[in-house]
Design a protein around this ligand. Sequence first.
Ligand code: G3P
Length: 217
Amino acid sequence: MKFFVDTADIDAIAELNELGFVDGVTTNPSLIMKSGRDILEVTKEICDLVDGPVSAEVTATEADDMIAEGRKLAEIAENIAVKVPLTWAGLKTCKTLSAEGRMVNVTLCFAANQALLAAKAGATFISPFIGRLDDINVDGMDLIAEIRQIYDNYGYGTEILAASIRTVNHVKQSALIGADVITAPPGVLKKLADHPLTDAGLDAFMADWAKTGQKIL
Ligand code: G3P
């Protein structure tokens, strides 16, 4: 399973990248706003840092403008995946940019039928939003499972990029279902290492080790 980091925070990306945990990065207009940076500048820095796909989102709402924005974003670096919303205009943009050989990430997916359309439009990635479905009392993981089944039924190559991940359980469940990629905030990725029994076990080992009076170095 690939790990993408859902942030435009360069320091946070760099920290995880050093461990080899960053297979790609996803951004969106809200994350760019949070970074306080210029979209073209910060996206270029991220692309220089990370080898895998870096999603940069268009902000136009009409297809012609989205396509123009997408082409401009794609010029930033080879590893840009143009992110478009799952609207009719976004699907048109996906079709056009995919045909030009560009990576496209179709975002704001909340239904299996939307994911089916994105695959037919040639999307490289489909981004179903788990947390935002959970927010309205719908199990976001069911959507991941439905899309997995549909894509497998017909052999679609579009990768399922589980997004709007808020918890470590979202990561585990996405992995069990077989999502190709998860994108999560740095804080969630770092929590994957946590377990109270690991901490307690380490405390006990350290206490016993101190009693031996030994040193390895
Ligand atoms: O990857 C999509 C993500 O940025 C949205 O997450 O937590 O705002 O629903 P959230």
